[in-house]
Design a protein around this ligand. Structure first.
Ligand code: ADP
Ligand code: MG
Length: 229
């Protein structure tokens, strides 16, 4: 018998499958990580062996991170609900969340917002987008720099225009062209899943994302978030 599923049912199935796989992969990984950590602490293990074990642990953590990001991508729509969202408050939450890391990297992390009307969106999704963009911005600033999130009502009054701007390394045309391709990364231990997740999530919010970047000068991500319900 042939099973006919519509698009949203298919998405839901992919999400459930991904969640199941993630669980099955994570459990043995946790066990492996635990035993490796025992080896690292053991007196019978030489320093050079410990270095190798540290690499194994780092790689296990990377696999875990990739699984988390895949899960976020497969996250079916119904998991989060629409709610009245105060975007300024959300931006300030992100600022607090990353303030310590920014200070540690000597990055001046600023928020510039005018008062905004509440929007009716899935708040978690915007939270996740901003986390990805802020993480990338901090990683793009090598030494010290500036990271600014600003938000205002777009002149059309249909959107809130939210920008995340950094004065980090920027992107060359080749990198810009490949942006949003799954697993595309220029980082040694990147996953290449951050931007594609942002594209997916902003689309689910009914908005769009634009990018301006210049090598050596910095990058600005511009989100247009619909105000209308
Ligand atoms: P990852 O951060 O794991 O590499 P992403 O999908 O988040 O994956 O980003 C993909 C690539 O896009 C990064 O490796 C980097 O080359 C580029 N990129 C993203 N954001 C920025 C930024 N703010 N400044 C410079 N390059 C960026
Ligand atoms: Mg990233």
């Amino acid at each position: 018998m042939e099973m006919k599923l519509n698009r949203s049912e298919k998405l839901q199935m992919v999400g459930q499958l991904a969640a199941g796989f993630a669980h099955e992969i994570r459990n043995p990984l946790t066990t492996i990580r635990g035993f490796i950590q025992l080896f690292v602490r053991s007196d019978e293990v030489s320093e050079s062996q410990k270095t190798h074990y540290d690499v194994i642990i780092k790689e296990i953590d990377r696999v875990n991170e990739i699984i988390s990001e895949l899960l976020n991508m497969a996250n079916p729509n119904h998991v989060t609900v629409h709610e009245e969202t105060d975007i300024v408050k959300l931006i300030n939450e992100i600022n607090i969340l990353y303030k310590t890391e920014a200070e540690w990297r000597r990055v001046d992390f600023r928020v510039e917002c005018e008062s905004l009307p509440p929007v009716w969106i899935k708040k978690n999704k915007l939270h996740q987008i901003l986390m990805n963009l802020v993480k990338n911005a901090l990683e793009a600033i090598q030494e010290e720099g500036e990271l600014t999130i600003s938000a205002q009502v777009d002149p059309t009054e249909s959107f809130i225009k939210l920008t995340v701007a950094d004065n980090g390394g920027g992107m060359d045309p080749n990198t810009l062209a490949k942006l949003g391709t799954p697993f595309f990364t220029t980082k040694e231990s990147g996953t290449g899943l951050g931007i594609i997740t942002c594209y997916r999530l902003i689309e689910e919010l009914g908005g769009t994302m634009e990018i301006e970047s210049e090598q050596g000068r910095g990058t600005t991500f511009i989100l247009f978030i619909p105000i209308e319900r």
